[in-house]
Design a protein around this ligand. Structure first.
Ligand SMILES: *Cc1c(COP(=O)(O)O)cnc(C)c1O
Length: 386
């Protein structure tokens, strides 16, 4: 069944981009595990595009149509990782071009910007994009792109997408939003005015912690063509098996996100009342400083919850005593994970910058899974008693 934009999210998640396979009627898109395609005549590939699998692969295309529909965009372009997806958008630019980026992005994104792309002549200014005036002030006549992430990792800071889209456009730049933490179930940046939505599909979209992948979703045809050209020229394509796994993941995105949202909120409320927890960072709590913005631009608040338990010793004790919450980086899978950002994901960030962003030694990040909520709360309560 092919899908139309009038269908609702859960229907799109299951069906968008897929139709029964032509030869057998197989209901699931086959894994086209091939590097090349036989051409009926010289330079006349079937379908006009199937000449080589870096350029075109039907399993990957089914995933791309599905993800584009979920993000409310016309074009999806899948990549081998989230970082490759983000990089492709910057590779459209030229030496001397300027990018304004949120300072509290995923660590790997900042590392790519400061240690790889800046060597090639792209110039970056890092700002706190909670403040749209700070974004406006950082813009120069050479600014071509504004890159934000909302909510951010691990402080759950928000950026007002509609407002910052206006700022970017007023300065002649595009706005790219890393929507990995929210997922399109909770937030759709393109509908709020962004030009590019990007994901690490490794996280909520695939949702089962068994692939690395990324996607760029855009509405503009020319922009899509440029990004496809970068991908064809640079080569960071996902394999067909990974594309297929991600497509299977998105079939249950709405069900999983519903469970992540309700478990995340329940964990945040529980920890907020817990005597051994100093602070909880969760956009769905009225105590979050941008809760009003959260309710305006998001429809749910995910399973990502950060808490400050005061000291590194207490953070260590917590993560070493949970049974269900397993100690690991990454997020967005069905299983609950716990990490200590200051020693793990953000260890490479200088202490002063880390603390300015609120990434204290006592900060613990939870990726709340879809297990039974009573078991999750009991696990946290037991670990907090030490
Ligand atoms: C994980 C992550 C990335 C990087 O994605 P990979 O798939 O690991 O390359 C980028 N942005 C955010 C917000 C992430 O969580």
């Amino acid at each position: 069944m092919s899908s139309t934009p009038t269908q609702r999210f859960g229907t799109l998640a299951v069906h968008a981009g897929q139709s029964p396979e032509a030869t057998t009627g197989a209901i699931m898109p086959p894994i086209f595990q091939t590097s090349t395609y036989v051409q009926p005549a010289i330079a006349e590939p079937l379908g006009g595009i199937y000449d080589y699998a870096r350029v075109a692969n039907p399993t990957r295309e089914a995933l791309e149509r599905n993800l584009a529909a979920l993000e409310g965009g016309a074009h999806g372009i899948a990549f081998a990782s989230g970082l490759a997806a983000i990089e492709s958008v910057l590779k459209r630019l030229s030496a001397g071009d300027h990018i304004v980026s949120e300072e509290n992005t995923y660590g790997g994104t900042t590392r790519m910007f400061t240690r790889v792309l800046s060597k090639l002549g792209l110039e970056f200014t890092f700002v706190d994009s909670r403040d749209s005036d700070a974004v406006a002030d950082a813009m120069t006549p050479r600014t071509r792109l504004v890159h934000v992430e909302t909510p951010t990792n691990p402080m759950m800071r928000l950026c007002d997408i509609a407002r910052v889209a206006e700022v970017a456009h007023a300065g002649g730049a595009l706005l790219m939003v890393d929507n990995t933490f929210a997922s399109p179930y909770n937030q759709r940046p393109l509908e709020l005015g962004a030009d590019v939505a990007v994901h690490s599909t490794t996280k909520y979209l695939n949702g089962h912690s068994d692939i690395i992948g990324g996607v760029v979703v855009v509405d503009d045809e020319d922009l899509a063509e440029e990004i496809r050209f970068v991908r064809k020229s640079s080569g960071a394509v996902p394999g067909p098996m990974d594309a297929w796994l991600c497509l299977r993941g998105t079939k249950t995105l709405h069900l999983r996100m519903g469970a992540h949202n309700s478990n995340g909120l329940a964990v945040a409320r529980f920890l907020q009342e817990h005597p051994r927890v100093d602070r909880v960072f969760y956009p769905g709590l009225p105590s979050h400083e941008q809760h009003e913005l959260a309710t305006r631009q998001m429809t749910g608040f995910t399973g990502m919850v950060s808490v400050d338990v005061g000291t590194l010793e207490r953070a260590r004790a917590l993560v070493e005593h949970t049974q269900l919450f397993q100690l690991a980086e990454s997020l967005g899978g069905v299983e609950s994970l716990v990490s200590v950002p200051s020693l793990m994901t953000h260890a490479s960030v200088p202490r002063e910058m880390r603390e300015r962003m609120g990434v204290t030694d006592g900060l613990v990040r939870l990726s709340v899974g879809i297990e039974d909520i009573d078991d999750l709360l009991a696990d946290l309560d037991g670990a907090l008693q030490g």
